[in-house]
Design a protein around this ligand. Structure first.
Ligand code: IMP
Ligand code: MG
Length: 174
């Protein structure tokens, strides 16, 4: 494992710039509204921390954690909530903050679950979007980077709980 080969895909400078742009777009769209950011643990914790500090709209922050049984690299579709949010989101503008959308199964599950609590709106903000791999239709309003292929780590993203705290994003080489 320690000699797993990886190469840099997005540098910290590029990530910083893109996170600021996403924050500007969210701040523009939700100006004057009651905003709740919901981070999906563990992958989104670094992204959310940076995004939240660039936002110009006032907002609160909460987290949820989901588990999906399977190989660990792809969603199995069997999702359970291991940590729920603690905020009342009724009539609030919700922004789900996710690290990466792959098949879309996780986001579709979370979105449907949160919709039942009658928020004013739900938007998805994902750092990385693997659109070509979708198995369920789900669209993110805010996308940091579109990725066609590859498994990425760093900046919160892990491979078997490793590499989360690398400041740049790397793609694992076969
Ligand atoms: P989905 O339900 O297939 O969309 O799965 C999304 C989840 O799979 C993400 O939140 C990640 O935890 C994980 N995932 C998918 N692709 C990658 C990757 O390239 N690197 C790290 N985690 C990934
Ligand atoms: Mg995740």
């Amino acid at each position: 494992m320690k000699d797993l080969k990886k190469k840099i895909l997005y540098s910290r400078e590029i990530i910083d710039r893109r996170v600021k742009e996403l924050a500007d777009a969210i701040s523009h769209d939700l100006e004057g509204k009651e905003v709740v950011l919901i981070g999906v643990l563990n992958g989104a914790f670094i992204f959310l921390a940076d995004l939240a500090r660039c936002l110009k709209v006032s907002h609160s922050v909460d987290f949820t954690r989901l588990a999906s049984y399977g190989s660990g690299l792809v969603s199995s579709g069997n999702i359970t909530v291991t940590k729920d949010i603690e905020t009342d989101i009724e009539d609030k503008e919700v922004v789900i903050v996710e690290d990466i959308i792959d098949t879309g199964i996780t986001m579709a599950f979370l979105r449907e679950r949160l919709e039942k609590r009658r928020p004013a709106s739900i938007r998805i903000c994902t750092l990385i979007d693997k659109k070509d791999r979708r198995e369920i239709t789900i669209d993110a309003a805010y996308v940091g980077f579109d990725l066609d292929e590859g498994f990425v780590v760093g900046y919160g993203l892990d491979f078997d709980e490793k590499f989360r705290c690398l400041p740049d994003i790397y793609v694992i080489e076969e």
